[in-house]
Design a protein around this ligand. Structure first.
Ligand SMILES: [Zn+2]
Length: 83
């Protein structure tokens, strides 16, 4: 049995591509249904410890809401704005 295959695509590549496409479609659908994700900066609390380590401050990343647009949703908004 030859070690190197001359086939351009190993068997199963089509299935893998389908799975990736399926996951991408799921992610897009998710971004449409739940455009907000938990803020990674404050873990959804809306506040985080200031640089002095003694005072809580409103999270600048989410404006204190604890929610942030998901990266996929931000990309969609960007694409929509360009049209
Ligand atoms: Zn935040």
């Amino acid at each position: 049995m030859p070690i190197l295959s001359l086939d351009p695509l190993p068997p199963g590549t089509g299935t893998v591509a389908l799975v990736i496409l399926g996951l991408a479609a799921l992610y897009v659908a998710e971004c449409l249904i739940w455009p907000y994700g938990r803020c990674t900066r404050c873990e959804g609390g809306g506040i985080h410890m200031g640089p002095d380590g003694q005072h809580w401050r409103d999270c600048h990343a989410c404006g204190g809401s604890g929610k942030r647009h998901r990266p996929g949703r931000r990309l969609m908004n960007l694409l929509r704005r360009r049209r």
